[in-house]
Design a protein around this ligand. Structure first.
Ligand code: PMP
Length: 414
């Protein structure tokens, strides 16, 4: 017999398992709204034009090699990533207080950050929003942190439970880590207003709570990279410390390239150097060094943006960066238009209930408010696949599938 005969069958991942079930369904009507991956109006995955261009440039470069990157990844990529999220004029960057390491997309960045904290930060507790992305509790627990939650979503208003959030953070032990979604909160689509962010910032700084930002959707929420980074920049502008996990999966469509970055904003340049030295000790035994291709694509596109402004307007050297922002805005706009179309379709059917949250929520997902039974009804009868918490990926919808989804929701709630 096998020495593994006693290994139990593990359940499918609650998010990725939706795609597994979808793939098994032979129905031509089937729609996958489970995983958060962008699809075109034709329902196809999208490779951005600017990414294709960057890849062509990389391929045509005769000095291109396949050597190992350093443990910390591609240096240009790291610098440009920090600029993208913190802003080109960030004082923390100018003062060399930021250390950035290339990691395996958003997940890898969160994990490396968490492993670092477990070794070098004297507080174990990390407070994550309730609810949050399903992988968060596992990533942090396995890194050795102790996961607690703070109230975030109010099912009654389908909006932010701001009072609950403030109360819970106020009760958190001084110095605790707090996971914050930089924008486009997953799964709820509910973000604090800038005014609320400012109150959260003040409370957290007054209690010395350590912010750990997860930025998986910069540019995807509003279509504007700077607007989507405002929450983060408020925290960095006050001179305090924080961690930042960045992903290029969604905003550059580089899902499978696994390209992201972990930045740690420190109090001084001196601390940042030491922190980076320890990040290398975290990374080396895990995977040695990160992959080269995705980071080279990102660096090629972002590099264009760092050309001296005076030249930019004269020589149009900013072309690739500009092209990226246009393609990014087009993705964000298509998602926003899907919200409106779904809302209109439900209104036209007279579907019972208030569905205005569909157009109010932000980013890739709508947290519909549909319950487990309604979700499984929609899968069984309409071949619509989504996570059991009622989250649908708006990016997976198109003009053709909206009427089918609206019919399904209508039938589910009636
Ligand atoms: N954080 C959040 C909130 C996410 O939604 C995702 C993607 N689903 C990630 C992190 C990480 O994704 P990836 O590792 O593919 O960058």
């Amino acid at each position: 017999g096998s020495v593994f005969a006693n290994v139990a069958q593990a359940p499918e991942d609650p998010i990725l398992g939706v795609t597994v079930a979808y793939n098994k369904d032979p129905s031509p009507m089937k729609v996958n709204l489970g995983v958060g991956a962008y699809r075109t109006e034709e329902g196809k995955p999208l490779v951005l034009n600017v990414v294709k261009k960057a890849e062509k440039m990389l391929l045509n470069n005769p000095s291109r090699v396949k050597e190992y990157l350093p443990i910390t990844g591609l240096a240009d990529f790291n610098k440009l990533s920090a600029k993208l999220i913190f802003g080109a004029d960030s004082r923390a960057i100018q003062e060399n207080r930021v250390t950035t390491v290339q990691c395996l997309s958003g997940t890898g960045s969160l994990r490396v950050g968490a492993e670092f904290l477990a070794r070098h930060y004297n507080k174990r507790a990390i407070f994550i929003p309730q609810p949050t992305w399903g992988n968060h509790p596992k990533v942090f627990t396995l890194a050795g942190l102790s996961v607690k939650t703070y109230r975030y979503y109010d099912p009654k208003t389908r909006g932010l439970n701001f009072q609950g959030l403030l109360e819970d953070l106020n009760m958190a032990p001084s110095g605790a880590i707090v996971l914050l979604h930089a924008c486009a909160h997953n799964p709820t689509g509910v973000d604090p207003t800038l005014d609320q962010w400012e109150q959260i910032r003040r409370l957290m700084r007054s209690k010395s709570l350590l912010p750990f930002f997860d930025s998986a959707y910069q540019g995807f929420a509003s279509g504007n990279l700077d607007a989507d980074a405002q929450s983060v920049r408020m925290f960095v502008a006050d001179g305090g410390e924080c961690l930042m996990a960045q992903s290029y999966a969604k905003n550059m469509g580089l899902y499978g390239e696994r390209v992201g970055a972990l930045s740690i904003v420190c109090e001084s340049a001196d601390v940042a150097v030491k922190v980076e030295s320890q990040l290398k000790l975290v990374i080396r035994p895990m995977y040695s060094n990160p992959p080269i291709h995705g980071a080279s694509i990102v660096a090629t596109i972002l590099k264009d943006s760092s050309v001296d402004k005076a030249y930019v307007f004269l020589c149009f050297l900013r072309e690739m960066y500009r092209e990226w922002t246009i393609e990014l805005k087009a993705m964000a706009n298509r998602i926003i238009s899907m919200r409106q179309q779904l809302f209109n379709a439900l209104s036209a059917r007279g579907t019972p209930g208030d569905w205005s949250h569909i157009i109010k929520q932000i980013g890739m997902f709508t947290f519909t408010g549909l319950n487990k039974e309604q979700v499984s009804f929609m899968t069984r009868e309409y071949h619509i696949y989504m996570t059991s918490d009622g989250r649908i990926s708006m990016a997976g919808l198109n003009t053709k599938t909206i009427p089918h989804l609206a019919d399904a929701i209508h039938a589910a709630v009636n």
